[in-house]
Design a protein around this ligand. Sequence first.
Ligand code: PLP
Length: 410
Amino acid sequence: MATINKNYNKLQGGYLFGEIAKRTKDFIKKNPGVEIMRLGVGDTTEPLSPTVIKGLTAGVKKLANVKTYTGYQDAEGKEGNPRLRSAFLDFYKTRGINLEAQEIFINDGAKSDLANIQSIFGSDNVVAVADPVYPVYVDSTVIAGRTGKFTDGKYEGLVYMECNEKNGFVPSPPKQKVDIIYLCNPNNPTGSAATKKQLEAFVEYALKNKAVIIFDAAYVEYISDKSLPKSIYEIKGAKKCAIEINSFSKWLGFTGVRLGWTVVPMDLVIEKTARGEVNKLWNRRQGTMWNGASNIAQEGAIAALSRQGQKESRKMIAYYMNNAKIIKKNLLKLGLRVFGGKNAPYIWIKSPNNLSSWEFFDKLLGEARVIGTPGSGFGLHGEGYLRLSSFGHTEDIERAVKSIRENLKL
Ligand code: PLP
């Protein structure tokens, strides 16, 4: 008799966005014809840049010609287009980081690799996550069977690194010994970004405890403070203990195109593995369970990494960060306690009058007709906060902010 993976029964997920949809639907039913403004979702809205479009179009055209047609990337394994991997080497070099081509694995966006990377680790590994944080790390740890039951807002066996106002929403390394640490930097949902010193503490911890850092860098291009690291490999020793997973989703607007990359350094050693063995393990996993990223998307990515492509992508980021500025400035004017929005596209708001996250959600929807995302959906320590996203057309953001200023009763 087939049985199900019982770990799925432990999951709490699915609740957050389902509940938001339900409450929004109820509101619309009670208030027909009223305009709802959505600042809850972290999805890009602006068109791709001309250089990326050119690259994607060239990719499509190659498929129309027998001489340039390509199918599976068998010759090179599943790691990705060699020209794209080489473009990444140049890209990292501009940040003072030297990588080898085989250390770069092209992915189809960060999410799958962030979850799938768990398959190369032993099932008894203890995992640490920031709290609050992007829920994928927690749920994939639960599905992999590395936690116990969910009680009092926490999974047994999972180590939570608290993010709060006091530590500027940047966690410290765990007090106890763990084996895998997920770091989301800049953090979704708090919008905080770690300093070099803060990341050094994690690398030092990982080297000392023989732990591995899974560094989710999906929002690094939003970092405006020049002193803040944009890659974990800017930290000395990180190649020995960190895997970096990144994506073009938020950087280029590839949420629908689907492309990113994962770096598994040759120097990364787990337990008694030899140099390069972990890299090989990931290669084996991908070769077995995956058939590579879209060749069209990879052509778009090559174009994006050109000088002109990068120039255009900076414009797109500036557009969203201008939205963030508009939101933050106006909320501060209302006297709300507001965080993030400087090095990340998320604004993290303390609920007024000690309201819970869901109470603030209802108030914002009921009074200003604006939808946010309750912070409690990202972890126990997200309770009492709400996340607003700066992804959207500026005119829509301005309308939402105006409505908050005029209608929110504080
Ligand atoms: N990491 C973080 C922190 C995110 O917020 C997201 C998406 O919202 C992702 C990774 C996944 O992005 P994608 O799979 O589109 O690359």
